[in-house]
Design a binder for this molecule. Structure first.
Ligand code: PLP
Length: 400
């Protein structure tokens, strides 16, 4: 058989999906698995959104749409950017894609030349280095503040080189759940400006923010950087619409045009029916989305409370998304459930084997001394999972 392309071979499987697959396989055997490894809201998509899709199908709205998305949806995204972020993006500056991931890929394709460096504050979401590599660029991990896990000017300076081209900012962050404040972004702005970097602002968790914090992104705080920023976003997390696959990018018109051209030869439009659903999500009542956020917040507080009682888990309080990201270094080098734990990978494996709780080791996120636990599960499952982990760590029998 002829060889595959080096480009294809350089793409690692997603470690988060790996764990999810293992958990699903155990579940398929009839075991009572609690899956805290996946980044997917468990709430159903709001009824008005589903209804809009049903109506679209009944109307026969099942054909190609304009590549960059239907006019009303691009308009609705433009209005959302004005209303929520006070940012002016004309509909022509918005391109609707098949999910936030697709929008990010379009952005990387449009902004990077082969050999360019993409600066990724780490801990980081696994897809940023993979997508950078996919477009021929070189991912460069930038160290973050050890306490806040946010990028500082010092961390950015360490990652900069003459080949730096793009900086990725993700707030609230997957995996840390930490959100940038205006102050944090203001401090980064002079370097971004001086080095003439593109910024990809991944705002997918914008609406999942707690503790009375207000979401901010770079162009909101530093309008002079709007022309070098591309916002990537979508409906997946806010409206519990992961399967519908609608995301978008918003940026300078020249970027939007390039992304639309690219999409025109790659995927064409995102699903026509899902676009109508996303339109209903963005223009309809927001009470469901608010209810989801309140639910996540309640779970966040509960998981923090339960983790605080488990020795060896040092958990900073996240203020966004739906992940906690405890340090587990105190458990490394110890025996747990009859096995030696040398790494977060060992820990996640033993937790899954002995307690049937799936978590994600921090290794793939650039934090080998941490575990990521998603709290996108209902309270009773969350409590069950944490009680099982507490028993394992305490050396008590685990009740399954
Ligand atoms: C940080 C981050 N960005 C973007 C996405 C993409 O979301 P989707 O492609 O489902 O819209 C995800 C999904 O897990 C994410 O965690």
């Amino acid at each position: 058989m002829p060889a595959l392309s080096p480009r294809a071979l350089a793409i690692p499987p997603s470690p988060t999906l790996d764990l999810d697959t293992q958990a699903k396989a155990l579940k398929a055997q009839g075991l009572d698995v609690v899956n805290l490894s996946i980044g997917e809201p468990d709430y159903p998509t709001p009824a008005n959104v589903c209804q809009a899709a049903i109506e679209a199908i009944k109307e026969g709205f099942t054909r190609y749409t304009p590549t960059a998305g239907i006019g009303p949806l691009r308009e609705a995204i433009s209005q959302k950017l004005k209303k929520d972020n006070n940012l002016d993006y004309a509909p022509e500056s918005v391109v609707v894609a098949a999910g936030g991931k697709h929008a990010l890929y379009n952005a990387f394709m449009c902004l990077c030349q082969p050999g360019d460096e993409v600066i990724i504050p780490s801990p980081h979401w696994v897809t940023y280095p993979a997508q950078s590599t996919m477009v021929g660029a070189i991912p460069v991990l930038a160290p973050t503040d050890p306490e806040t896990l946010l990028l500082t000017p010092e961390g950015l300076k360490k990652a900069l080189s003459p080949r730096s081209r793009v900086l990725v900012l993700n707030s609230p962050s997957n995996p840390s759940g930490r959100a940038y404040g205006a102050n944090d972004l203001e401090k980064l702005a002079p370097l971004i400006k001086a080095k003439d970097l593109w910024v990809i602002s991944d705002d997918i968790y914008e609406n999942l923010i707690y503790d009375g914090l207000t979401f901010v992104n770079l162009p909101m705080v530093c309008p002079e950087l709007k022309d070098q920023t591309v916002i990537c976003h979508g409906v997946s997390k806010t409206y519990s619409m992961t399967g519908w696959r609608i995301g978008w990018l918003a940026g300078p018109k020249i970027v939007a045009q390039a992304a639309a051209n690219l999409q025109g030869h790659m995927t064409s439009n995102a699903s026509s029916v899902a676009q109508r659903a996303a339109l209903a999500a963005l223009t309809g009542p927001s009470d469901e989305a608010l209810r989801f956020r309140a639910g996540f917040n309640q779970r966040r507080l509960r998981i923090l409370e339960l983790l605080a009682k488990i020795p060896g888990f040092q958990t900073p309080t996240p203020n966004g998304a739906f992940y906690v990201f405890p340090k587990v270094s105190q458990l490394l080098g110890r025996e747990l459930g009859g096995a030696m734990i040398h790494s977060a990978d060992d820990l996640a494996r033993v937790i899954l084997e002995k307690t049937l709780v799936a978590t994600t080791p921090g290794t793939g996120f650039g934090a080998p001394d941490r575990l990521r636990l998603s709290y996108a599960v209902d309270l009773s499952n969350l409590e069950k999972a944490l009680n099982r982990i507490a028993s394992l760590v305490a050396g008590r029998p685990v009740v399954l």
